[in-house]
Design a protein around this ligand. Structure first.
Ligand code: MN
Length: 166
């Protein structure tokens, strides 16, 4: 899919219509800091029209080699990537949610969104996802690796990989 035709017909300095992302170089990711009963960070990656999500109690690592437990939780709608606010007391996940980082990502070693989606789907099945994040705080190669021992197989590790060059 390309937006070349859409863009060619419009002058975005004169029309307020959206240009459609920064050249659409990647899929979106967001990390939300969630002050729920236990503070955690929700890492969400766009995949097939939703945000595949993990709750990371200690937050995503910013140093290579550090492993953080990441609990795979239910998919969230794409809109959730923009959500900040307070979930009222008595509701599921009550507490403040703030966007801690956001940006784009692709599966490792591909510049194509379609190929990225394909590899991501495969990675979910085999329990190993490798991505390159381009956020403000999080940049570079990350691995998500499923642990077999989790009570519902929902326990993964989020690891920042030593960067080759990305
Ligand atoms: Mn949460």
């Amino acid at each position: 899919m390309t937006l070349a035709k859409y863009r060619a017909k419009r002058n975005f300095r004169k029309s307020p219509e959206p240009k459609g992302g920064k050249g659409g170089r990647g899929l979106i990711f967001v990390v939300q800091k969630h002050y729920a009963s236990h503070l955690h960070y929700d890492v969400r990656l766009q995949h097939k029209g939703a945000l595949v999500s993990w709750a990371v109690p200690k937050g995503p690592p910013r140093t290579a080699g550090i492993k953080r437990l990441a609990i795979h939780v239910e998919d969230h709608p794409l809109d959730y990537a923009r959500f900040e606010g307070v979930i009222p007391k008595g509701n599921y996940g009550a507490g403040k949610v703030e966007i801690w980082d956001k940006g784009t990502y692709l599966s490792s070693d591909t510049a194509s969104k379609a190929e990225s989606e394909r590899r991501f789907a495969e990675g979910m099945k085999k329990g190993h996802i490798a991505v390159v994040l381009q956020g403000k705080k999080l940049k570079g190669q990350y691995d998500l690796i499923r642990l077999k021992r989790g009570p519902k197989d929902n326990a993964w590790l989020l690891i920042k990989r030593a960067s080759k060059k990305s």
